[in-house]
Design a protein around this ligand. Structure first.
Ligand SMILES: Cc1ncc(COP(=O)(O)O)c(C=O)c1O
Length: 496
């Protein structure tokens, strides 16, 4: 090696500027024309594999410029575009363009936001982001928390904090198996699958979940909840946690949060809210009441990569008393020298969650919050809700559509052939098959992207609008596309 080391991975300043500018130009054009593109090319995994090729790992390097040209072509022309105004699938938002630029800046500086000493400014920015998120949804800014990869991790992070807070102190040493009394937790049937993951991965087993039935509004039935907890206590079990949904994954229902909070208080249980999708709507004055009780939550999951339009990945766990996170996650290996701050106690995020080395997820969230402010977010979220209600109303008016549910920005509906309404009784099984096939057709077709929900046995098309690009015109066109494709699928099925 010479005194001046030449590393093949370095890019010269001149090249970095040229290639960087070209990349930014390509991305700007991609965003500018996204509306004219298809939501997806509908290519099969085999076709995608053919486009990508099957080369072996190269022995020698390739020019960076060539690589970006190839990678841009692959990604910009062969991806599903969740930034498209007619993308309403699952709960993935259109990414805010500022997030793409923020991620570039974050990666360039590359702070390790596990420890304050490794990321002094980034740690302070994450702390401010957490405070702003608390303020935004209307809980005390004293909540602490951490940014994580998404909703699963945000909920799992809260789950373990709950267990530490409510289990006997000996749990860490003895493990669940030697801890007397089976630890039990409660949630509605509509809860996302993260709860099953928690039960299995953290050693409780699926039997520790009490699936509480829902009431007529599809909200967790709080009378049955209280009764079930009571029965468990009388049977020597150890209830420790209740989960309330603030926008369930399937149809967007918000549970009776303040009633759940009161039950948790009465039985000394941890109250966790899964607001991964819906809790940003608590910032909207007209919807605030629906979220009464969030101020009582011991922990809250909230995903900026859902309704705050951050590019993946950005989830967040907020905890009323962040000491519970430290009690759960902190460890002090001898090679750490992270607690020598002169002023206030050092905030080291490795003590707040699963990760030690952590990326700078906060930057994109922090920047978007400032780009549009609280009012900008209120406008976008309110408009998403309005568009979802519009879709529902348009479906209601249409002779070949059944509007099934509408909550927050999620509407469910299904296609029902015209002759069904003219007296020819279609059985539910046929309608379910028809709508399932229709969904597949729509997802492959590239004009719109929806997902599905099963509501009271009905297989429904589900549109979740967390998309600041969608307009009323898109909604009208989507109605037309669903009906046109619905007729086609029905014709094919009839002949089979
Ligand atoms: C209510 C709710 N909780 C948790 C999750 C899981 O989030 P993620 O996919 O980001 O892990 C989702 C995903 O849609 C959700 O809607």
């Amino acid at each position: 090696m010479t005194d001046n080391r030449q590393s093949p991975i370095e890019i010269s300043t001149a090249d970095f500027k040229i290639i960087g500018h070209q990349l930014v130009d390509a991305i700007a054009d991609f965003i500018a024309t996204i509306t004219e593109k298809r939501v997806t090319t509908g290519e099969t995994p085999k076709q995608i594999q053919t486009v990508l090729g099957n080369a072996s790992l190269p022995g020698n390097g390739t020019s960076v410029s060539e690589l970006f040209s190839k990678a841009s072509d692959l990604l910009l022309h062969h991806s599903l575009l969740n930034g498209h105004p007619k993308f309403f699938g699952y709960i993935t938002s259109s990414p805010a363009p500022i997030g793409a630029l923020a991620d570039l800046l974050a990666a360039a500086v590359n702070p390790n936001v596990g420890a304050n000493i490794l990321s002094p400014m980034a740690t302070a920015i994450e702390k401010q982001t957490i405070k702003w998120l608390s303020e935004f949804i209307g809980v005390s800014p004293k909540y602490g928390g951490i940014l994580v990869s998404g909703g699963n991790m945000a909920n799992l992070t809260g789950f373990l904090a709950a267990r530490t807070a409510k289990a006997p102190k000996s749990l860490k040493e003895d493990g669940l198996i030697n801890t007397p009394g089976e630890m039990i937790f409660y949630c509605s049937k509509a809860t996302h699958t993260w709860i099953e993951k928690a039960a299995v991965l953290f050693g409780h087993g699926l039997k520790a979940i009490r699936w509480i039935p829902v009431d007529a509004e599809n909200k967790l039935n709080t009378e049955i909840l209280a009764q079930t907890i009571n029965d468990d206590v009388n049977n020597g079990k150890k209830p420790f946690l209740v989960i309330g949904n603030a926008g369930d994954v399937s149809t967007g229902v918000v549970d009776h949060l303040s009633d759940i909070a009161a039950i948790c208080k009465a039985y000394d249980l941890w109250f966790h809210i899964d607001g991964a999708y819906g809790i940003p709507a608590a910032a909207i004055p007209q919807y605030k009441n629906r979220f009464d009780g969030i101020q009582e939550a011991d922990s809250i999951a909230l995903d900026p990569h859902k309704w705050l339009y951050a590019p993946l990945e950005a989830g967040c766990t907020l905890v009323k008393d962040p000491q519970h996170l430290i009690d759960t996650y902190s460890a002090h290996p001898v090679y750490y020298n992270f607690d020598n701050s002169a002023d206030e106690p050092t905030l080291n995020y490795y003590e707040y969650g699963f990760q030690n080395s952590r990326g700078f997820r906060a930057l994109k969230v922090w920047m978007a919050l400032q780009q549009v402010g609280k009012n900008g977010y209120i406008k976008m979220i309110s408009e998403d809700i309005e568009l979802s209600q519009f879709l529902f109303e348009e479906a209601k008016k249409h002779a070949e559509l059944e509007a099934v549910t509408q909550n927050l920005s999620i509407a469910t509906l299904r296609y029902i052939p015209d002759n069904c309404l003219q007296g020819e009784k279609m059985n539910e099984a046929y309608l379910n098959t028809l709508n399932e096939k229709l969904l597949n057709e729509l997802q492959q077709g590239g004009e719109v992207f929806l997902s599905n929900a099963v509501v009271s046995g009905k297989y429904c098309l589900r549109a979740c609008i967390v998309n600041f690009r969608t307009s009323k015109k898109d909604i009208r066109e989507v109605i037309e596309i669903i009906v046109r494709k619905g007729r086609k699928v029905h014709e094919i099925l009839k002949r089979e």
